[in-house]
Structure formats: C-alpha cells, structure tokens
Design a protein around this ligand. Sequence first.
Ligand code: ADP
Ligand code: MG
Length: 331
Amino acid sequence: MIEVKNLVKRYGDHCAVDHLSFTVADGQIYGFLGPNGAGKSTTMNIMTGYLAATEGEVLIEGHNVLEEPEEARRCIGYLPEIPPVYPEMTVREYLHFCAQLKKIPKAEQENQIAQVVALTHLEEVAGRLIRNLSKGYRQRLGLAQAILGFPKIIILDEPTVGLDPKQIIEIRDLIRRLAREHTVILSSHILSEVRAVCDHILIIHKGKLVACDTPENLEEHLSGAHTVEIEAKGSCEQVEEILSGIPSLTGKTVSPKTESTVAAELTAAQDVREQLFRAFAAADCPLLELTPRIASLEEVFLELTRGGREESADGVPGEVRPQDEEGGGQA
Ligand code: ADP
Ligand code: MG
C-alpha cells in the first residue's frame, strides 16, 4: 500500500504538485491521467524517492520514502520518464548492473534477468549495445529494469511513449499480467491508454487531484447527472406541461424539432426513463425517442481539466514533447 499525504512541490513560485493526497491499494492498476505539465512525473519522482517534496510525505508499505529510503525503494520498481542511459553497455550488462544495484542475490541474478528479458521480449537484442537500440527496445529495457527483482509496486512513467501500436498492445498485456501479482501505477496524458488498462484513474490537473475513481464510475457520475434526450409528438407547451409533472428533473431544454414533434434534453439526479415513459403515455403524447446520454470518459476528462492547456505563459520549456505529435496513440 502507498499513502501519499498532502504532497506539495514548489519550484520557486510555481506549484507543480499542490496538496496531493491519495492511497494506492495492493494488486490493482492505477493510472495518473493529466495533460502535460500536470505534475505526474514530479509526483512519481517524489513517490520513488528521487525528488524531495516541499511538504507532505509518502509512505510505501509503511516506510517513509525520505526517512527509510532503502526499505521503501526495495518495494518499488521505477521506469522514469527519462530513464538513465548507459549507451556503451549491452542490454545484458545493463541488467546485471541493475541487479547489483537492487542487491538481488548473486545466485538469483541470472534467472531473474532471463525472466525479465523473456517478459519484455528482449531476447534478440540481449547482446546488443544500448546505443544501437531502437526507441521501442529502449523503452522495453526500461521496463525490464523496473520489473527486475519483482518488487511489490511497479511505477511506470508514460510506459508506452515512443512505441508502435503493436508494441503498445504487448506492453498493455504485460502490465495486465504484472498486475496479477504486483501493484502497478502508470502515468499517461492519453486517455485511451489509462482507460484500456487501469482499474482506477486519478486525474491530475495543475498539480491537484481533480478526480479519483474507476473508469466506469467516472463516466457514469459526471456531475452526478443522468442526461436523457427525448423526441415526442406534440407541441412545446404540451411537452413542458408533461415534464412539469416530473419533480426529479433538474434541468430541461425543450425546442421544436419538426412541424409536429418536439425535442428535449433532460437532466436528473437519477434515472428518469421509466417516469418519462409513463408520464407521456398517461398524457397520450407519443414518445418517439428516448436516449440516455452517457458521458464518455473524454467528456469527464475535458470537464475536469477545463481551461486545461498547460500554461505556457511562464515560459517553462520542455512542455511540447515530440511524442505529443503522434496523434495521441489512440491504438
Ligand atoms: P507531467 O509529468 O504531468 O507532464 P511534470 O511533473 O513534468 O508534469 O511537471 C509539472 C510542472 O512542474 C510543469 O509545469 C513543469 O514545467 C514544472 N517543472 C517540472 N520540473 C521542474 C524543474 N526541475 N524546475 C522547474 N519547474 C519544473
Ligand atoms: Mg511527465
């Protein structure tokens, strides 16, 4: 379990992480979702002990990351946004190096390296210099070193950046397999990415946690409202009259649709479809259409991060990253 309590990170006047608090339960996949500059990488760097927070604390399995870094870090495998590179090492040498850093017993090193190489499909490049690896293979190597030692918690910062669609599918499968025995936290600025693999989504915006829920609940409970679109045969007055008899409606817009029909968009705190059906039938006004409109996660994301383009006014460079041009990876 991970407990993040009231985390704050300031860079000068700029608050990159603004009083974040959340808990991560065991054995599930969590996704940090947020536009570029939201504070995802900063949060992950603090959680893994690579960066000190300005305020607040992080407990990993009860160990304070700053006070007991060895114990805390032993529970975590981390793929940072920009992994350290050792271009002159081969894949296998690098993994041996990581195994030593992670203090994996010598007798287990070979076996573990073979396992992570197989899991991330690195067999054919195991003897190659990292310098000569493609972006996709480098990313998989980063994943391999995060998994090495099979820590309880695996934290992956934008794990599918730079991968092609086939590789993205492979990595997603791998993440799902890992989640059977590990807690996985990943970040992404791509909605379809987190929707595809995560059990829980934490939406981060300007350093603040704006939502934390399952993808299903986020989609369902947008502003807690149920929206229904209807079309009925009759006049606007008639439809208004019928709707005024349904007290649970919290909002309605009624407008003529064709010469003899009226369209309306209705919101309510609960599902009112059955009430609508009965009210219109009782008034002998034919309901021609009744369509519940479920907010897509896209809408939730946009609503929660509204005005959400990274403020570039502060002139902080590095927000327009090359991967952003890849069409959002909607694979
Ligand atoms: P994300 O990973 O969600 O894209 P980051 O955590 O990288 O966001 O960045 C959050 C904010 O903090 C951004 O506005 C970024 O410009 C700023 N920031 C990150 N690192 C530094 C730094 N070392 N110095 C100053 N500002 C930084
Ligand atoms: Mg980032």
